[in-house]
Design a protein around this ligand. Structure first.
Ligand code: ADP
Ligand code: ADP
Length: 216
């Protein structure tokens, strides 16, 4: 049976950071909707153009195109053993669509670690975030600095600050999360899939908590 892990939590809480570590430790593929949109923006695709118009405002990209993109990604051979989903689903419609697409291959979401932190922490994290141009590796100027300033430790590419990590856009993204994504907490809690993780701990401690949540 394939394993599907959904990382839930507000923007900046550490989902991407942890998804990359978990992917290495479990061998499951990291599927990030945000990374997929940014790849489309970089490649100047129609989807990228559409997504950018929403992302720049801190709004969600419409469900239909987001769902189609993820469906396509999960159908690729490297997802046969399952995936670590980061940033998807973000609305009840997306969660229902995920359930349907997994049911069609006899799968289901196995566990939903819900990583939490207060808005002040999220803002501090996002405003110090530096992202690698080539593959989206994630750094923080204070909490997880690269060895050489401005350069990715892993692939040497340039680090940049995301356009949507500006203070006013981050505030909007946190509100969008509260309005549109937070209903998923109850959705997965009712299904007994939710495991709460204290996201204010250092990166290594959050990883330990996640690994234990996944094992159980
Ligand atoms: P998300 O994918 O949930 O938006 P990221 O993984 O991109 O979050 O993390 C946001 C920022 O916070 C990054 O700069 C990252 O280096 C930093 N960060 C992630 N986890 C922690 C942590 N546990 N403690 C301190 N900083 C963290
Ligand atoms: P963060 O790491 O801060 O949580 P992401 O990289 O996951 O941010 O997402 C960046 C932006 O991409 C979002 O603000 C939104 O515009 C868009 N996006 C990502 N995932 C989704 C999704 N599942 N549904 C709709 N829009 C999404």
């Amino acid at each position: 049976m394939a394993t599907y892990i959904v990382l839930l939590g507000p923007p900046g809480v550490g989902k991407g950071t942890q998804a990359k570590i978990l992917a290495e430790k479990t061998g499951l593929v990291h599927v990030s909707s945000g990374d997929l949109f940014r790849e489309n923006i970089k490649n100047l695709t129609e989807l990228g153009k559409l997504a950018k118009s929403f992302m720049d405002k801190g709004e969600l990209v419409p469900d239909d195109v987001t769902i189609a993109m993820i469906k396509d990604r999960l159908a690729r051979p490297d997802c046969e053993a399952g995936a670590i989903l980061d940033g998807f689903p973000r609305t009840p419609a997306q969660a229902n669509a995920l359930k349907k697409m997994l049911a069609s291959i006899n799968g289901d979401v196995n566990v939903v670690p819900f990583i939490t932190a207060e808005p002040a922490t999220l803002i501090e994290r996002v405003s110090g975030r530096w992202t690698c141009r080539a593959q989206g590796h994630i750094y923080h100027q204070k909490f997880n600095p690269p060895k050489v300033a401005g350069k990715c430790d892993i692939d040497g590419s340039e680090l940049y600050q995301r356009d949507d990590d500006k203070a006013e856009t981050v505030a909007r993204r946190i509100n969008v999360y509260l309005e549109q994504t937070s209903p998923l907490v109850d959705y997965y809690r009712t299904q007994r899939k939710l495991v709460e993780i204290d996201g204010t701990q250092p990166i290594e401690k959050v990883t330990v908590a996640l690994l234990s949540a996944i094992k159980n």
